[in-house]
Design a protein around this ligand. Structure first.
Ligand code: ADP
Ligand code: MG
Ligand code: MG
Length: 905
């Protein structure tokens, strides 16, 4: 059903044609040890992340990696557009043959069979992709071969029953419970409690039962031919690309739906052979704190997912060293080489088979914000890595800063009901839900939720996504819950083993918490508290300011960062975050206070010029006081003040409310007047109605009053030795004539206010560019403007014809899921539409006035991807909310460095 999206017919035939021309030269399958012309890591688009890294470890680093091959994302795309590609069977067969030769074993061999794993691997690691299938190649005959060569019948049938269940569930779509039941029964019959105690005979019988389960569920026997097993698994990986969970994840992470996934087929190694075997995951540094000390989890005599699944409690690497001192040393050497090669922290999966170490996976590892900052700074001093400051700045992402700016518990000595591992920093408060679906429903209702589960799996991602915090009873720091939460900066506590979940409630140390009860958790300390704890602002680590200072050096003179702030405290805060001025001071916010609103209403209701003037005079006084505070906080830095923008009815009560009151209790004389005013100012489409400069045209006294208040405030600052820099901004201009008129009022008011003043404050006059017409006629408008500020919120609304408040909740999710839009254009600027208008407006404005100052004050000013576009368009500054200023400083530096070479999603 989803396939149709992946290309219109003409696109499809073009790709088809390209493929036909190049097909002999561009294979669908690459062996890990293929002699690549380019380093494998440059072929991530084709090989996927996992495949590229496996090839890199094999062919570049010469590390001990079990041999195998990668089926490319090209093959997946071909499959999505036109079904299983013709040449693919043959190519796979050729590579299987090579692999068999290399291993000296054959798939399905009844004496000494080769077994493989089939592993999905897209360019970006993604939940929702098919789970790995291990032990592929086992069948009724080859299981005997395994029993023979390992001289361990129990091991052979244990592997076979795992394989049938895994393949049945993952590839054939059989309900996992259908395998659980016979398994529990077998344990019961044998009188044992753990799977390790089941004898070979019971496991052999279980294999027979499992095959019956598969036949009953699918109507076909369990595939016995390894070639069929392989093809089935590969196809299932391809199909999983368009599974619902994968699509949801791509929407959230803004990953292109057309990338496709690669498939890796790899010879099996067995960490579960005996006590001289084992499996583990390891990080070359601590991914939570950034400390330069390898960190990992290890299990003796275990296979694959056992470590991450949180089934048994794991040991750390120091513990592994006791049992495997030589291998531990080998592993540490490999870690060093990986770091030197990738010049970054890597995470790895490894397996020991009978005393021999194999590397099964590596990649540049995910990390917390604090760790990212610490590693970036540390690695500039590391003699193996020698990171430059520019590189260090590129290593830190917006999400990382976001994380260290996360709140923490304000109070100490709280009554902690449970403690688990501190898996992802930051504190969260929310209502408890026990399933991903319930969490998602509650979030839809607008509740803040904390998801509580024994452990999470990719099935839970949609619930994790909407949660303020995540709590699990089982699992370690590399469990699914921990890894996903860290990636998103969602606070998480995992492995809180005192938490006992029972249906829709849990108990922990004697306290019972039911669904819907509020808990608080701190992912920095691992503490869980009953009720809502007050949160305090976060305290970023020392490296935070170091990295931002480097970022500031890089962007200095290229792209400034200002804040949007409307009052003194916000302005002080913004300056502390590093804002270099105010890009947008919304004067209407000053009108909404309890003490101000009645005055504004009096102004609107005034019947006589004298009454109107009296109200304006009162407003002028309070506005002046506000401006003084703001100018003081931003002394020496530019402050852009926007004159009143919203439609006047926003300051009046709603017509319906008054109508209801009129019909029930009746109206006071004042309310009768208010109703008349509300009715007369009501508009069909207020956002496109009498607002912005249009308001100034119908109520000229208003703008003059605002300018007077501002100039008096500036004058007072000058008198007190301050250095105010004032920029007066006219909203919603669409023509030169309109701006010329508004400019004349403003200049008149300035002249009046500064009459006789010796040291006059610095003032410039400019306009918002927030309608398509203004962007297109920016050349004319620039004649009357000293500066432009792109109001990209309105510009996006008007360019798309999307009313933000109406489309964002109802329509946008459907558009994103179906790929009709790649991004929510209100979050990240629409590069080719709205972005084009920004580029045009900037270029045309500067054509008229080369020194025209340009900025942006829409929400996009704090969005890293959009900042790249603003820099390219030649803007002088971006402006965003105070809290996002550090992120904008970093993103601005990255834009200057040329984030263009970041990986395309
Ligand atoms: P994921 O992306 O979920 O980590 P992987 O493909 O890495 O999926 O595999 C899941 C588990 O199976 C990992 O622990 C991995 O190390 C293990 N595994 C994968 N391939 C093999 C193999 N050829 N031999 C032994 N273990 C394997
Ligand atoms: Mg997986
Ligand atoms: Mg893995």
């Amino acid at each position: 059903m989803r396939r149709a999206r992946c290309g219109n017919p003409s696109e499809r035939s073009q790709r088809g044609a390209a493929r036909a021309l190049t097909s002999p030269a561009v294979p669908y399958v690459y062996a890990f040890d293929h002699k690549h012309r380019r380093p494998p890591m440059d072929m991530k688009d084709l090989l996927g992340g996992k495949g590229a890294n496996l090839a890199e470890m094999t062919s570049v680093l010469g590390l001990p990696v079990p041999p195998g091959f990668t089926i490319t994302t090209d093959a997946c795309r071909a499959y999505m557009y036109g079904g299983w590609p013709d040449s693919l069977d043959e190519e796979i067969a050729k590579h299987v043959f090579r692999l068999e030769k290399k291993m000296g074993r054959k798939l399905g061999d009844p004496f000494d069979p080769l077994l493989v794993s089939v592993r999905s691997g897209a360019k970006f690691s993604m939940p929702g992709m098919m789970d790995t299938v291990l032990n592929l190649g086992l069948n009724d005959l080859s299981v005997k071969g395994i029993a023979h060569v390992t001289d361990d019948e129990r091991f052979a049938y244990d592997s076979y029953r795992r394989f049938i269940a895994m393949y049945g569930r993952i590839v054939l779509g059989v309900d996992g419970a259908a395998f659980e039941e016979p398994f529990e029964k077998a344990k019961h019959n044998a009188g044992v409690s753990s799977d390790a105690e089941l004898p070979a005979s019971a496991l052999r019988a279980l294999c027979e039962e499992y095959k019956v389960v598969v036949r009953a569920a699918t109507g076909k026997p369990f595939p016995q031919k390894p070639r069929d097993q392989l093809r089935g698994a590969v196809e299932a990986v391809f199909r999983s690309w368009n599974g619902a969970r994968a699509i949801a994840y791509r929407v959230r992470e803004r990953i292109n739906h057309d990338l496709g996934t690669a498939v890796n087929v790899q010879a099996m190694v067995f960490g579960n052979r005996d006590d001289n075997s084992g499996t583990g995951v390891g990080f070359t540094r601590n991914a939570a704190t950034g400390e330069n000390k390898p960190y990992g989890d290890f299990l003796v005599n275990a296979q694959g997912e056992d470590v991450v699944a949180g089934i048994r409690n794991t040991d750390d690497l120091d513990h592994m060293k006791l049992h495997f001192p030589v291998i531990h040393q080998d592993l540490m050497d490999i870690f060093r080489r990986l770091e030197t090669h990738y010049r970054d922290m890597c995470d790895t999966e490894f397996t020991i088979e009978q005393g021999k170490l194999y590397m099964l996976q590596t990649r540049v590892g995910k990390r917390t914000g604090a760790a990212a900052l610490r590693m970036a700074v540390d690695m500039t001093k590391d003699k193996h890595i020698r990171l430059t400051r520019t590189e260090a700045v590129m290593r830190v992402a917006a999400e990382h800063l976001d994380q260290v700016l996360h709140p923490q518990f304000a109070a100490k000595n709280l009554k902690v009901i449970a403690k688990g591992l501190a898996a992802s920093p930051g504190a969260a408060v929310g209502k408890v839900y026990f399933t991903a679906d319930d969490a998602a429903d509650a979030a839809d209702r607008g509740e803040k939720v904390v998801l509580v589960r024994n452990e999470t799996s990719p099935e839970d991602v949609h619930g994790m996504m909407v949660s303020e915090g995540i709590l699990t009873a089982r699992g370690g720091l590399v469990s699914h819950a921990a890894v996903v939460a860290r990636g998103w900066g969602t606070p998480a506590v995992v492995g809180a083993d005192s938490v006992k979940i029972d249906g829709k409630q849990f108990t922990a140390n004697g306290v019972t918490v039911k669904e819907g009860d509020v808990i608080s958790l701190d992912g920095t300390t691992g503490e869980v508290v009953l009720g809502a704890v007050t949160l305090s602002a976060a305290e970023p680590p020392a490296e935070f300011n170091i990295v931002l200072a480097w970022a500031d050096q890089i962007r200095k003179g290229h792209l400034a960062v200002r804040a949007n702030a409307d009052n003194g405290p916000d302005s002080i805060n913004a300056r502390q975050f590093g804002a270099e001025g105010i890009g947008l001071c919304r004067t209407e916010h000053m009108f909404l206070g309890d003490d101000r609103l009645p005055v504004v209403r009096r102004m609107i209701l005034a019947d006589t010029p004298a009454a109107e003037e009296a109200a304006l005079e009162e407003l002028r006084k309070v506005q002046k006081a506000d401006f003084i505070e703001i100018l003081e906080a931003m002394d020496g830095l530019p402050v852009t003040v926007r004159l009143l923008d919203p439609p006047l009815h926003e300051f009046l009560p709603r017509v319906e409310e008054l109508e209801i009151k009129k019909a029930t209790t009746g109206l006071t004389p004042a309310e009768v007047k208010l109703l008349a005013a509300a009715e007369s100012w009501a508009e069909f489409n207020p956002m496109l109605g009498t607002r912005g400069v249009r308001l100034g045209v119908v109520k000229p006294g208003l703008y003059a009053m605002q300018v007077r208040a501002l100039m008096e405030a500036a004058a007072e600052r000058v008198a007190n030795g301050g250095k105010p820099i004032v920029e007066i901004m006219i909203p919603l201009t669409v023509t030169r004539e309109e701006l010329a008129l508004a400019r004349s009022w403003v200049e008149g008011a300035i002249a009046e206010a500064t009459k006789g003043m010796k040291k006059k404050p610095k003032v410039s006059i400019g306009t918002m560019i927030e309608t398509p017409r203004a962007a297109i006629r920016a050349d004319e408008i620039a004649e009357e403007a000293d500066f432009f500020s792109f109001g990209t919120n309105d510009l996006t609304q008007m360019t798309f014809g999307f009313s933000r408040d109406d489309v964002e909740s109802r329509m946008m999710p459907a558009y994103l899921e179906q790929g009709l839009l790649k991004r929510n254009p209100f979050e990240t600027i629409d590069q080719s539409g709205v972005g084009e208008l920004v580029r045009m407006g900037a270029a045309r404005g500067r054509h008229t006035k080369p020194d025209l100052k340009l900025g942006v004050c829409g929400e996009h000013g704090g969005d890293p991807e959009s900042i790249g576009l603003f820099y390219d368009a030649g803007l002088d500054y971006v402006s965003c909310s105070p809290f996002r200023v550090p992120i904008a400083r970093l993103a601005a530096a990255q834009a200057v460095i040329g984030a263009g070479h970041a990986d395309t999603k």
